[in-house]
Design a protein. Structure first.
Length: 158
């Protein structure tokens, strides 16, 4: 089966871009695994791998420095839509993110962006509810020590 096109839709700023340089390593209707270089390289972030858990509503990424050192795990809360006619996925970032540092420290960020996005119509109430449920589910997995199980899909390609 031909690999789909993958689009990243953001609410803040409002944009939808084709991830044309991401390499899809595997995919099905439940998961997509990709390898990528940073779209906008930062001081530390250079490249990484991501696993989109489409049913669960989150994406788990491993962020690496230029020398292949693990920077941290970055988890986006997402929703996705598969468009069969164009064989493409549109993955929408629902703002909330979870960062897990190599020492195990967990940080939840960008929750404060959700209310203005709801009030301004950038996110629906149903998506907001879904985001909170997915974020809670992801945190439950992380706090139970199961992040390594989520990253096994990525590590198969490293």
């Amino acid at each position: 089966m031909e690999y789909p096109s993958l689009y990243r839709k953001r609410i803040i700023p409002n944009e939808c871009i084709l991830l044309k340089d991401d390499v899809i390593l595997s995919w099905n209707r439940e998961r997509i695994v990709t390898r990528w270089n940073a779209l906008k390289p930062k001081k530390d972030l250079h490249h990484g791998y991501s696993c989109y858990f489409l049913r669960e509503g989150y994406k788990v990424s491993k962020f690496y420095t230029v020398d292949d050192s693990l920077l941290y795990y970055y988890c986006d809360i997402i929703t996705s839509e598969y468009i069969e006619a164009t064989n493409s996925f549109i993955v929408t970032d629902l703002l909330a993110d979870v960062i897990v540092y190599p020492d195990g420290f967990v940080k939840v960020v960008d929750l404060d962006e959700m209310v203005p996005a709801l009030e301004e119509g950038g996110i629906s109430l149903d998506d907001l509810k879904s985001a909170l449920i997915s974020c809670n589910s992801l945190l439950t997995e992380i706090y139970a020590g199961r992040l390594c199980e989520l990253t096994t899909y990525i590590e198969a390609y490293e």
